[in-house]
Design a protein around this ligand. Structure first.
Ligand code: PMP
Length: 303
């Protein structure tokens, strides 16, 4: 097993932050201790990618944010137009052509009790900084995945389709993967089927068909996942959303993860067992990764 991937570095990377109506250097940004995002993980967020001064699939990220906000009963300040304005303004100030965006909406400041009625004003934070990636050799060779004991919460407790600030389940699954010297965690749902990775969606190539579990199996409806399903259909690769077990991943020709920052991450091993023939040939993964990179570099909302 190899070393863990690079984690996003808090410093000295330059970050630009929009907070409570002002844009500032990330090192200056401070949030009050009574923010319910801090006290209770009460809020939600989005992670977006900027390439060539364009925000990739921004409208889809904001639609997901909006759906999650409705589920939590949080009103987005200024609505979707307000969110879009904040993202583009922060991105402009940051001035890097390629960047990572973290848009956060918390319930806002309130009392020490859990009652959301004590928080009249949601808080918006937008952080723009460098994109954190796996090292290039790791991306080429593929990562090591382990099945962890932490299960995805069920939709009747904390719907995994809401990208909420409560990421303890992801944190604990990643911690377990770290302890076992793997790069990422394979997280199962309460039925023992594949939900996703700790912060990424899972795809398998089975007999030439691209398969990913439906979001109702415990996955976030990843924006990258959606783009890959669209691209596969355009490229004539048959693609389906259906439940997958570990059995299917062991039987697959190729397995990869998808997410905003790293886009497509090939998986070399699952629980120590090589995926596919072990030859390192991954034609479908390579084709989709190239198509996604092209799409990311040429489309998006400009600023
Ligand atoms: N699942 C989880 C739990 C995540 O945090 C992420 C990253 N946002 C993903 C999947 C991948 O989604 P996306 O492609 O929108 O980044």
């Amino acid at each position: 097993m190899s070393a863990s991937p690079i984690s996003p570095a808090p410093a000295p990377n330059r970050t630009t932050v929009w907070l409570d109506g002002a844009v500032m250097d990330g090192r200056e940004a401070r949030v009050p201790v009574f923010d319910h995002g801090l006290l209770y993980g009460d809020g939600l967020f989005e992670a977006m990618r900027i390439n060539n001064r364009r925000v990739f699939r921004m409208e889809r990220h904001l639609a997901r944010l909006s759906a999650g906000a409705k589920a939590l009963g949080i009103e987005l300040p200024g609505g979707l137009a307000g969110m879009q304005k904040i993202v583009l303004e922060t991105a402009r100030e940051h001035a890097e052509p390629d960047a990572y965006v973290r848009l956060i909406v918390t319930r806002g400041d309130g009392g020490l009790g859990v009652d959301p009625r004590s928080c009249p004003h949601p808080r918006v934070i937008c952080i723009v900084g460098a994109i954190a990636l796996y090292p290039a050799d790791k991306l080429k060779a593929g990562i090591d995945l382990v099945t962890v004991s932490v299960r995805r919460p069920t939709a009747d407790s904390l719907d995994p389709r809401v990208k909420s600030l409560n990421y303890l389940s992801s944190v604990l699954s990643r911690r377990e993967a770290n302890l076992r010297h793997a790069d990422e965690a394979l997280v199962l749902n309460d039925s023992g089927l594949v939900a996703e990775a700790s912060v990424a969606n899972v795809f398998a190539v089975l007999g030439g068909e691209l398969v990913t579990p439906p979001a109702t199996q415990g996955a976030l409806e990843g924006i990258t996942r959606g783009a890959l399903l669209d691209l596969a259909r355009e490229l004539g690769i048959s693609a389906a959303e259906r439940p997958l077990g570990r059995f299917d991943l062991f039987a697959a020709d190729e397995v990869f993860l998808s997410g905003t920052a790293a886009r497509v991450v090939p998986v070399a091993t699952l629980d120590g067992q090589p995926i596919g023939t072990g030859s390192g040939e991954r034609p479908v993964t390579v084709q989709l990764a190239a198509a996604l990179a092209r799409l990311g570099d040429t489309t998006g909302v400009p600023f």
